[in-house]
Ligand binder design. Structure first.
Ligand code: SF4
Length: 376
């Protein structure tokens, strides 16, 4: 069983569990044979196992998913599952969330324990506790903490215990509005860009926002700055979405002014402002799906999703905004052979890579998760 780490460090998990070593080596089974065996074993275990797949997974994995979606869709689905095993093809914090939303007798399995999230690793519980103490000392106003779902369960527990909530990129605006109704100020972590882009869209000027950098003394802020700010953003970001640049938006528009540039709100402020549209992965999928034949899009999000959309809609032009591979390398760790290893272990009645959140952390986190799911 995997214990919860204060902040997920996937390499540490792998070392502790010894599961990063190839369980099914390339010599034992070719890629093609892995897919053949996967098809067979999935059918054999269909009454016991459900596979959830995040949109950023590679095609050879997503093809085996029973349910696909973004973090919010998968969190909602997880609460209604009834099979004893849930194999989660995504990253560590998502599997933790699934464990908290499923029943105690269900087991959540992450095919590769090294599948973490660099953004989630940018906020540790000890850093948040320290920042919170400084903020409480700096102001008498009520601060409501909101965490993006991309974080360790200990951080979800923090917001649960401090009257806060969780958000995803699909519902960030709704949750931030709720938070600012409950208190005077917002502390948003770990992704500064989602926080800034959403608050600005809601009419909060940039001058009312400050960034707390955990690598600096008191986050690099004075008590006066904390007291004056409406929004305190944590200095975290997604290394994949940070890869999209303003120059790429300008170059794309110069090449073809009729193309729609659509980006994820984890992209930085300048890129999001210069783009024609922005929204969560579900929003992007929906926009492209409903666009008429002949439409053209340059998309600023993870490359597996962009390529899949391009294949799905050959009558539309769908390109990546970046000429470079904007690949989430940690999502990419979930390979078909690790998925097969998870299935084989279940078949042998010795399941591996089970993600378990301790009860006290889960209880506090669930308060925040339920607040999120209840906000209409
Ligand atoms: S795309 Fe970014 S935020 Fe999403 S899992 Fe990968 S590193 Fe984390």
């Amino acid at each position: 069983m995997l214990d919860l780490f204060e902040s997920h460090d996937s390499s540490k998990d792998a070392e502790n569990n010894g599961t990063h070593k190839p369980i099914i080596s390339e010599d034992e089974l070719s890629d093609a044979n892995v897919l053949i065996e996967l098809k067979k074993i999935k059918e054999e275990l269909r009454d016991q196992v459900v596979v959830l797949g995040h949109h950023y997974q590679q095609d050879d994995v997503i093809n085996f998913a029973d349910i696909t979606g973004d973090s919010l869709q998968l969190a909602r689905e997880a609460a209604n599952l009834d099979k004893p095993y849930i194999i989660f093809c995504g990253v560590h914090f998502m599997a933790e969330t699934t464990d908290m939303l499923t029943k105690p007798n269900q087991k959540v399995i992450l095919p590769d324990l090294r599948a973490g999230c660099s953004m989630a690793d940018m906020a540790k519980r000890s850093e948040i506790d320290k920042a919170w103490a400084f903020m409480q000392k700096s102001t008498n106003e009520k601060i409501i903490p909101v965490t993006y779902i991309n974080c360790a369960a200990t951080l979800k527990a923090f917001v649960g215990d401090n009257d806060g909530s969780i958000c995803t990129s699909s519902n960030a605006e709704k949750i931030i509005r709720w938070a600012l109704d409950q208190g005077d100020k917002l502390l948003f972590f770990p992704d500064q860009h989602l926080g800034r882009n959403t608050c600005f869209k809601m009419g909060i000027p940039l001058t009312d926002m400050v960034v707390y950098n955990p690598n600096m003394l008191n986050g690099g802020l004075t008590s006066e700055q904390i007291n004056k700010a409406k929004v305190i953003l944590w200095y975290g970001f997604c290394s994949v979405h940070q890869g999209f640049t303003l120059e790429q938006v300008h170059a794309t528009k110069k090449r073809d002014p009729s193309i729609t540039v659509i980006v994820h709100p984890e992209c930085n402020f300048e890129v999001t402002q210069a783009a024609d549209d922005n929204g969560s992965t579900s929003y992007i999928i929906d926009k492209i799906t409903k666009a008429p034949a002949g439409s053209k899009f340059a998309v600023g999000t993870e490359i597996n999703l962009v390529n899949r959309l391009a294949q799905e809609f050959p009558n539309k032009t769908i390109l990546s905004l970046s000429p470079y591979q904007c690949l989430c390398t940690t999502m990419y760790r979930v390979r078909p052979r690790w998925l097969l290893a998870s299935f084989r272990a279940i078949k042998d009645n010795k399941p591996i890579n089970i993600i378990t959140v301790p009860d006290d952390i889960a209880r506090s986190s669930l308060k925040a998760l339920n607040r999120m799911l209840d906000v209409k």
